[in-house]
Design a protein around this ligand. Structure first.
Ligand code: NAG
Ligand code: NAG
Length: 413
């Protein structure tokens, strides 16, 4: 936390000094709560987005990074004015008390502290986030001064295909070749003005690994009428496990090494068609806070979950239109903070995320603890068998943020 404090101070004293957002940006008082507010807004947006995506694809797997989407949209928000700014502000749940100057600080502090803490051997989290603009646009220098790293000019109007490949290569590089081909063929045209590239990758190491030799094929119940065999990882250990009536779910926490990030698996009480959708509809920031608070005891649990890799592309445009940010994609969009040129809008927004869930991990302290506890507990261990559709959330404790979330519905999709 000390490191973050220093960086925050540094950010405050080095950036905005012009009239980029307001008549006098430097007159905005620094707000030390800005980062907390950012994470709070992000959580409200996240749960709303999750619901919207689930309604759009009620029968498919879902995996995305709300963190990454939110931060990408923040870039759009910084660049927007007028009505476009207003609708983004509403969708991103930014309150009137939060000005753009402080929000930008919070954005930068978050970004820098992540770059600072990236040498972790317990997980990799990369968030590629950049706005690509056609190089014929006249960009306002002040925005380039403060968001230079986030904005890159390319020759869309003459070399759309080359620009597309350039963006895709950038994303591949940032995500260490885990996310490729972000923008599909013909995703960029001669007329394209703005592209928001947005991708995130996560790979963690369990605090308590699943012994590889215990992984076996088992039945996964996709629906009442359809089943399929998938590899299930198994272990018995001490885990946070709870049943939440409010959420309509049994919940298991699987921490990643380092203890900052955990996967929470939310499993409906039994295999029922609406179980997952009910959980998603029931999720509120308050209920999630109850789940992730550390107040409840660990207990011995037999865990069986599918081993899977999931890569999903999320067509953000229709989803954002449902969320009320449709203006971004219309000729009426107002990006006058970015440029005084007319007719600037996004053609599309694509988000891609990938996760690998496997046995990998180290023989951590938690694994040793398992055996010590066993004999003192005569009761049968709880059983957490995720063999029908479930919700999973990768939660980052220090920032109270959901980095990723998804629904595992159908192993064959
Ligand atoms: C964009 O918004 C700014 C600030 O509200 C306003 O001055 C400008 O006229 C708007 N531009 C267009 C094209 O609507
Ligand atoms: C991670 O840290 C190393 C130095 O420790 C640095 O070279 C690299 O650019 C950092 N990566 C990111 C994504 O910030």
């Amino acid at each position: 936390m000390l490191k973050l404090g220093i960086i925050f101070f540094f950010a405050l004293t080095t950036s905005v000094s012009s009239q980029c957002f307001y008549k006098d940006d430097s007159a905005k008082k620094p707000n030390p709560e800005a980062r907390l507010s950012l994470y709070k807004n992000q959580m409200e947006f996240t749960l709303n987005l999750f619901n919207t995506i689930n309604n759009a694809v009620p029968d498919d797997n879902i995996f995305f990074s709300p963190f990454s989407v939110y931060h990408a949209l923040l870039l759009g928000y910084f660049a927007a004015s007028g009505e476009t700014e207003k609708s983004l502000k509403e969708s991103l749940r930014i309150s009137d008390a939060q000005d753009k100057v402080n929000l930008l600080m919070a954005y930068k502090v978050d970004k820098r502290s992540r770059a600072f803490n990236n040498n972790s051997d317990s997980y990799e989290f990369t968030n590629a986030n950049k706005m690509f603009v056609d190089n014929e646009l006249h960009l306002r220098q002040c925005l380039l001064d403060i968001l230079g790293e986030e904005i890159e000019a390319l020759n869309f109007h003459q070399n759309p295909e080359q620009s597309r490949l350039h963006i895709n290569e950038w994303v591949s590089r940032i995500t260490k070749n885990n996310i490729n081909d972000l923008i599909p063929v013909y995703g960029i045209m001669e007329t394209t003005k703005l592209v928001l590239a947005n991708a995130a990758y996560f790979k963690g190491v369990w605090a308590s690994k699943f012994p590889a030799e215990r992984t076996k094929k088992q039945v996964f119940f996709v629906s009442e009428t359809r089943q399929t065999l998938v590899p299930f990882m198994r272990q018995k250990g001490i885990f946070h496990y709870m049943v939440s009536d409010e959420l309509g779910a049994q919940i298991l926490e699987l921490p990643y090494k380092g203890n900052d990030i955990s996967m929470y698996i939310l499993l409906p009480p039994y295999s029922m068609k609406e179980g997952v959708t009910n959980i998603i509809a029931n999720l509120t920031p308050e209920r999630l806070a109850t789940v992730v608070e550390e107040g409840y005891m660990g207990r011995e649990v037999v865990v069986e979950i599918p081993k899977f890799t999931m890569e999903r592309t999320l067509p953000l445009r229709p989803i954002l239109e449902t969320l009320g940010v449709g203006d971004l994609f219309k000729p009426s969009a107002n990006f006058s903070t970015l440029s005084d040129d007319d007719g600037i809008n996004f053609d599309d927004a694509i988000h891609k995320a990938k996760i690998q869930v496997d046995e990998e991990g180290t023989v951590a302290a938690a694994a040793t603890a398992i055996f010590g506890f066993r004999s003192s507990r005569p009761a049968e261990p709880s059983r957490f068998i995720a063999n029908f559709p479930f919700v999973y959330i990768l939660y980052e404790r220090p920032t109270s943020s959901i980095l990723f979330m998804g629904v595992y519905r159908d192993p064959k999709k």
